[in-house]
Design a protein around this ligand. Structure first.
Ligand code: PLP
Length: 388
């Protein structure tokens, strides 16, 4: 059975071009980049080339890019690193209720260690209001962290406006751009971003590699101590193959962005409109226009997302739902609750995330298979049968 993979917000396959670029760094150029002999120099050269590729992708300077082990580490580093380095100035952080858990759980940790965190609400489309950010600022605010685009509902946040506000107030601005990188144009200069988190496996590089942009001059403490790698900001022998993959993946995704965006938006809109038309009592979650090109998130009344995922899986379709089953809990998604969905509707939501390996035929298959699945599940629901 061929798989139709529509869970690219969870992870992506490694691109062929990326893997080819990485391969020599496993067995041929395996040197430790700190060495002074020839094969070590190959590693060092590859490391600096990748740094340039990642920097170019977000309009930063190569010296402002530090490689990490992924988006979670970059998020932890931004928050804990700035909190620690700036504690003489203040102890207040502003974020939102719809951030990834790498941000939210780090904030909870900081709250247990003397910091205060404001979690901003979002509107029904998942947008943060710039006025709310402004109103939350206090003299002791040291950091504003608002994600670039949401991983569940795809809403793109007003990053440039928040960046402008933060810069005017002299407060550091961090954004988790894991979902946005390669799908939305990012310019850290123009958008006045001070710190930005990236992850390789969300854009065709392997899992376990990421990066953080830290604007020159930003005060931050490292998370990992040890060797002198990454200008002492992130100790540990560099994952050269992963780094090479990350550099190549960013370069490819950013150079192809206009075509990818057009292709994905067309498929996404056909998918969304097709589902909303075919299935009554269904509703799109997330912003109708300011949304990630590959994100479709829809709630269906009267059904359980988990059952829908199992039936889709039986047909070879990989998707995800609004109950956070991935984290082993049955709580509905904090993001869907934050946009005002009641528990039952949050549970009955389906997230389909597309990327370059999807085809129009994949959309046809989902549009054919999904409506009968929803109908079948609804016929098993006493609530649905009662209102019919
Ligand atoms: C996936 C994701 C992360 C975590 O990245 P990892 O590389 O898996 O640690 C952080 N933030 C967002 C928005 C994500 O989608």
């Amino acid at each position: 059975m061929t798989t139709i993979y529509m869970d690219h917000a969870a992870t992506t396959p490694v691109r062929k071009e990326v893997m080819e670029e990485m391969l020599p760094y496993f067995t041929q150029y395996y040197g430790n980049a700190s060495g002074i002999y020839a094969i070590a120099k190959e590693s060092k050269k590859a490391l600096e080339k990748a740094r340039e590729q990642v920097a170019a992708g977000i309009h930063a300077q190569p010296a402002e890019i530090y490689f990490t082990a992924g988006g979670s580490e970059s998020d932890n580093m931004a928050l804990r690193g700035v909190a620690e380095a700036m504690k003489a100035k203040g102890n207040h952080i502003i974020t939102t209720k719809i951030e990834h858990h790498a941000i939210l759980h780090t904030c909870e940790y900081l709250e247990k260690h003397g910091y205060e965190v404001t979690y901003l609400d979002v509107d029904a489309d998942g947008k943060v209001s710039v006025e709310d950010v402004a109103a939350a600022i206090r003299p002791e605010t040291i950091l504003i962290s608002v994600m670039f685009a949401n991983n569940e509902i795809g809403t793109i946040e007003p990053i440039a406006a928040i960046g402008k506000l933060a810069r005017e107030k002299g407060i550091y601005f961090h954004t988790d751009a894991v979902q946005a990188l390669g799908h939305v144009a990012i310019d850290v200069e123009e958008m006045q971003i001070d710190l930005l988190s990236m992850s390789g496996h969300k854009l065709g590089a392997p899992k376990g590699i990421g990066a953080i942009y830290i604007r020159k001059g930003v005060k931050i403490t490292p998370l990992i101590f040890g060797g002198a790698q990454e200008k002492r900001m992130r100790a540990g022998t560099e994952n050269i193959a992963g780094i090479v993959g990350m550099g190549k993946a960013v370069e490819l995704a950013v150079s192809e962005l206009p075509e990818t965006k057009a292709k994905l938006e067309k498929m996404r809109d056909r998918l969304i409109n097709g589902i909303l038309t075919a299935i009554p009592n269904s509703k799109l979650n997330g912003h109708p226009v300011d949304r990630l090109p590959g994100n479709c998130n829809i709630s269906f009344e009267f059904i359980e997302g988990e059952s829908m995922l199992m039936l889709l899986d039986a047909l070879g379709i990989a998707a995800s739902s609004g109950s956070a089953c991935t984290s082993g809990s049955l709580d509905p998604s904090h993001v869907l609750l934050a946009i005002g969905l009641p528990h039952e509707k949050a549970h009955g939501s389906l997230r389909l995330t597309l990327d370059i390996d999807n085809t129009e035929e994949d959309i046809d298959v989902v549009l054919e298979k999904l409506p009968p699945i929803v109908q079948r599940l609804r016929e098993m629901s006493p609530l649905y049968m009662a209102q019919k």
